[in-house]
Design a protein around this ligand. Structure first.
Ligand code: SAH
Ligand code: SF4
Length: 412
């Protein structure tokens, strides 16, 4: 029977699973002999260069040079770094790697949506490399990258495919940032670069304009690494995405919501999906720990909310389960006073799923009620369904590493 356990900060299981960039450095060094640079912030890059023998007087300049090559130009090796002497480049090449997660598979949907299955480095020798997915959704004038934060998920929302896969481990900051780098490599989103396959790409300078943490995993259970990766993604002298265009979606890890507001400053999306605790307890079982009233109180207190900075409430449309007009009215009542957008998500089926998607007409009726109450209520058009890239369809075949963790600390 599924069992939800507390893996909040400080819980021993969480500590075992969390991997800092330092861990990644150590593990990558163990595997490839080189230190991975992707995912390091400026201070860590400085420390890494110092350890490699870069003299103090050169440090600032070297950090600035590498930073720009890594995060502005997207360099994948040291050869193009012509403002660094050949001899120094050779030293760097010996000591460091600019490797991204390896692309195990790439699928391009008829609508231009791309899904990458990414193979990560084992965190210890002998481990089967875990895999995660990232999805890119192009539109005419913008492009959204959906990023994973964990391999699998500790939670088991009953309508979510990822929820059927037990947590393998948290992603490192480098692996989260690496998803952005890989996507930009593949769609030619670096200065002067071009995509090999241009199908469906937006007609804009920047091909990735938005990031959503809506892939595999619960981002607030991997707080520090997600936070570091989003700081890198929004660095104005680096990957330079606007924080207002980064959205973190949470199932409702209430104690971490104020911290996310204070430390990350990104936009928030809440996977609400039900207006009553008895139903949300089933659909989003974390609700048993932090029920709707507590979740909404945390939303009301989220910093910086205004009509221009609204919280997105995600609501998956499940036929005959949560899609009645009475529930639409209750939704409007519950959200009163919160600057909100309501995102109605047609349920994306997956093999063996116990739900069906609501009838289209019902979704439209539901949307109308919400709309009339003054909330924008876009119905999310399913994208990339033909390649199983739509919300909730992501699942990698990575198995959990330690069977011993399965029974005792995570859901079976
Ligand atoms: N763990 C986080 C983020 C990842 S899930 C969270 O739960 O918010 C991203 C979004 O996809 C969530 O709103 C989730 O509820 C939704 N989702 C999951 N499975 C889905 C499915 N089969 N069809 C439609 N949306 C789904
Ligand atoms: Fe995890 Fe989010 Fe899926 Fe729930 S919906 S199982 S929290 S990934």
């Amino acid at each position: 029977m599924p069992l939800i356990l507390d893996v909040a900060h400080g819980h021993p299981a969480q500590e075992t699973l969390a991997r800092s960039s330092a861990d990644l450095l150590a593990s990558n060094a163990a595997v490839s002999g080189k230190t991975a640079l992707i995912g390091l912030n400026r201070a860590q890059l400085g420390e890494t260069l110092t350890k490699a023998g870069v003299p103090e007087r050169e440090l600032r300049m070297r950090v600035a040079q590498l930073w720009s090559w890594l995060y502005v130009r997207g360099a994948a090796d040291f050869a193009p770094m012509t403002n660094i002497s050949k001899a120094t480049r050779a030293v760097f090449d010996d000591a460091f790697s600019l490797e991204r997660p390896e692309i195990a598979a790439e699928q391009v949907s008829n609508d231009g949506t791309r899904k990458w299955l990414l193979r990560l480095k084992p965190s210890r020798p002998g481990e089967t490399p875990p895999e995660v997915e990232a999805v890119y959704i192009p539109e005419a004038d913008r492009g959204t990258l959906c990023v994973s934060s964990q391999v699998g998920c500790t939670l088991n929302c009953t309508f979510c495919h990822t929820g059927t896969q037990a947590l393998v481990r948290n992603l490192t900051a480098g692996e989260i940032t690496g998803q952005i780098m890989v996507a930009r490599d593949r769609i030619g989103d670096w200065p002067g670069a071009e995509a090999q396959d241009k199908r469906g790409l937006p007609d804009a300078d920047r091909k990735i304009t938005n990031i959503v943490l809506m892939g595999m995993g619960e981002p607030l259970y991997n707080f520090d690494n997600v936070s570091q990766a989003m700081a890198l993604a929004s660095d104005p002298d680096g990957l330079s995405l606007s924080k207002r265009r980064i959205t973190l979606s949470t199932s409702g890890v209430v104690p971490e919501i104020p911290r996310a507001g204070a430390e990350m400053g990104v936009m928030l999306a809440i996977s609400l999906h039900a207006v009553r605790d008895d139903l949300r307890d089933v659909l989003v079982p974390i609700n048993r720990k932090w029920p709707i009233a507590e979740l909404l109180a945390a939303c009301r207190a989220y910093p910086g909310l205004s009509n221009a900075r609204r919280i997105t409430f995600e609501y998956v449309m499940l036929k005959g389960v949560n899609d009645s007009i009475a529930e639409a009215k209750e939704l409007v009542r519950l959200l009163a006073g919160i600057p909100a957008k309501i995102n109605l998500i047609p349920f994306n089926p997956w093999p063996g799923a116990p739900y069906e998607c609501s009838e289209w007409e019902q979704i439209e009726h539901f949307a109308e009620v919400v709309n009339r109450a003054g909330y924008a209520s876009p119905i999310r058009t399913p994208r990339g369904r033909d390649i199983m890239a739509a919300c909730g369809q992501l699942k990698s075949s990575s198995e959990k590493l330690k069977a011993s963790l399965r029974g005792s600390t995570l859901h079976a």
